[in-house]
Structure formats: C-alpha cells, structure tokens
Design a protein. Structure first.
Length: 182
C-alpha cells in the first residue's frame, strides 16, 4: 500500500504525465455561444491641407462659450438638439438635420456670449495638419454707430466635415460690419 503513494509522488517529481478526466453530470448539452465580435473604431484621419466643410445652420442663441466642439455620435447630436442647446427657440427650428456619423463629424463653432444682437460668426477655413485641425473663423461685430437690441446672444455656426478624431484648434478674428443693415 505504501508503494502506490510513493510511486505517484516519484512520477510527479520526475515529471510524469498525469491524466485528469472531468466528467460533467449535466445532462443538457452546453448552449453554443457565438464568439464576441471584436469592435474596432477607426476614424478617418484627414489628409493634411484644406478641409471641405458644409454649413448646416447659423444660430444666434447657441453655446455660451467661445470655441469649437466636435460631435462624432448621433446620441450627443440628438441630446444637444433635444435639449435646445442648438435649437433654442423651437418655433424657428426645423427638424434635426440627419448626419452620417460613419463618415462625418459635426463642429459647433461658437463666438461666446455677446452683449447685443448684430454679431455673426463665420468659418472662413479649416486646415488639417498631421496632429490637429485648425478652425479659422471671423466674428463680425455690429458696425460703428449701429443700434442693436441689448440682448445676450451666443452666435454659433454648425458645420460638418469629413470624419476625424484629430484635436481641434480654434482661431477667431474680429471685424466690424462695414455698414448698418438698416
């Protein structure tokens, strides 16, 4: 009797092969599961140089801070629209613009809070570099001696560009309107 445990111990020490068989007592065959697909998110990197863009709309009651924000998913886009961040006065807004986020990125370009009406922002160019995207805009201020309504406005422009995940750099210059519109 003592020789069996000694033999097993000797086999284990010498690296002998031990076979273990697991017997399942479950009578139901295992449910096959599909392998979990690997999801890869690949965003297009813009080719360095000028980037084409399309204006979706301008708004004078947009975001209250100066800068540019990228939106790359439909959930964020719907939330901004639904919460009236972009479409502030509901009777002046049409339905939410459809955007193909598989190939496009939305940019909200905002001039920040202004103390009167008569301000307008306009994106003049977008240029991609290897490590960022420069959004260049001009803020047109009311012309000299123009009378504007003393209301707080947040001029913004909503544009779409080819999809990218590059960081954004914003440059805004100011110019006076050449004349009053009235």
């Amino acid at each position: 009797m003592r020789s069996l445990p000694a033999t097993v111990l000797l086999l284990l020490i010498l690296g002998g092969l031990v076979t273990v068989r697991i017997v399942s007592t479950d009578r139901n065959p295992p449910t096959p599961t599909a392998p979990t697909p690997l999801v890869h998110t690949i965003k297009q990197l813009l080719i360095p140089g000028p980037v084409p863009f399309q204006t979706l709309f301008w708004n004078s009651l947009g975001l209250p801070r100066t800068g540019v924000i990228a939106i790359s998913d439909p959930g964020t886009w719907s939330a901004l629209w639904r919460n009236q961040t972009l479409c502030y006065i509901s009777n002046t807004c049409s339905s939410q613009p459809h955007v193909d986020f598989d190939s496009r990125t939305i940019l909200i370009v905002a001039a920040g809070m202004q103390g009167s009406s008569g301000y307008r922002i306009n994106v003049t160019s977008i240029v991609a570099a290897h490590d960022n995207v420069l959004v260049d805009a001009t803020l047109t201020t009311p012309g000299l001696n123009c009378f504007e309504a003393a209301v707080i406005t947040n001029p913004s422009q909503v544009i779409e560009i080819p999809q990218t995940n590059l960081p954004l750099t914003f440059k805004m210059t100011e110019e006076h309107a050449p004349a009053c519109p009235y």
